[in-house]
Design a protein around this ligand. Structure first.
Ligand code: HEC
Length: 280
């Protein structure tokens, strides 16, 4: 019961995190445009640039939501098996930066000169940058690395076909023979199975990380007898089926409970029946 409550609180990280990103950015935009406006209207910065009231209120809310986001983030990552990553380091650093920004704001409000206000603005913009980078790295954690940028890479590399295209384009029949599976099974693999694995598994079992020393990003790895992931024709004896059908709370369950994208019933069913079609 307490466990579930803690898990719930930890997961609110994924909701709360949006507030610091948006609020800090908005505060930075307000203050920067005010400074710009003073410059454009050729007024004296030393006479006119002071922290704005609206940005100060936004920063107060940003600070509060940052404290919650950092705390829930630390709880969420607490019993992670992976080492402390850049997202966590930057997350905590951003929290500290926003705290310093708030202190800089308080000083700037007290001193009625423009220099502390400029220091505050510098910290505010640095915080906005740090929070955005942290958010992006966090996005990579939940959606898989390159989730955002991969489609762009596809556009610029369109001359070199993606691995997916090259697999399905290069004479499927010979490929099927190489792996000793039917062309139908190969087709199902390319269109249904690999996309499921790409979405839920390959960020930990792919080119970048090989957790448990296995890879699930190509058919060759999936069928590799050394890895023993799949028992052809016998899903019940296949390690991969065992792992994805364990109760979600079992610590051997895949993908691990803490990470998103557990497989749906129908995805499990697809993998299950695909293995049935493979002849030993
Ligand atoms: C967040 C990272 C992560 C994701 C996502 C993930 N795994 Fe894992 N996986 C691990 C870790 C860590 C281990 C090693 C610890 C263990 O054996 O339980 C592991 C081990 C395994 C093993 C056992 C390997 C062996 O040595 O026998 C299998 C099978 C497996 N994962 C399958 C999957 C499948 C299938 C998916 C997608 C549905 C998946 N994993 C998604 C982290 C992940």
């Amino acid at each position: 019961m307490l466990n579930h409550l803690i898990e719930f609180i930890a997961r609110t990280h994924l909701v709360v995190l949006h507030f610091p990103i948006a609020l800090i950015t908005v505060a930075a935009i307000i203050e920067s445009t005010r400074l710009l406006h003073i410059k454009l209207t050729r007024r004296s910065i030393s006479d006119h640039f002071r922290p704005s009231q609206s940005a100060s209120i936004i920063l107060a809310f940003a600070l509060a939501s940052t404290l919650i986001a950092t705390t829930t983030g630390i709880i969420l990552g607490f019993d992670e098996t992976t080492a402390v990553d850049l997202h966590r380091i930057l997350g905590i650093a951003s929290g500290i930066l926003i705290l310093i920004t708030t202190i800089a704001l308080l000083i700037a409000l007290k001193k009625a000169t423009h220099k502390p206000a400029l220091v505050y603005l510098a910290f505010l913009c640095t915080s906005a940058l740090a929070v955005s980078i942290t958010g992006h790295l966090g996005g990579n954690l939940t959606h898989g690395e390159g989730f955002l940028t991969d489609p762009l890479k596809q556009i610029f590399n369109s001359s070199s076909p993606s691995s997916f295209d090259s697999q399905s384009d290069s004479q499927p029949d010979t490929q099927a023979q190489d792996f000793n599976i039917t062309p139908d099974a190969l087709e199902t693999y390319n269109t249904i199975i690999q996309p499921i694995l790409d979405y839920s598994c390959t960020k930990c079992h792919g080119p970048k990380k090989q957790k448990g020393d296995i890879r699930l990003d190509t058919l060759a790895y999936l069928l590799d007898e050394d890895f023993a992931m799949i028992e052809r024709g016998d899903p019940e004896a296949s390690e991969i089926i065992y792992r994805i059908t364990l109760p979600r709370t079992d610590e051997d369950a895949m993908p691990p409970l803490k990470k998103s994208h557990p497989l749906t019933e129908s995805q499990i069913e697809s993998i299950h029946s695909w293995i049935t079609t493979l002849t030993p």
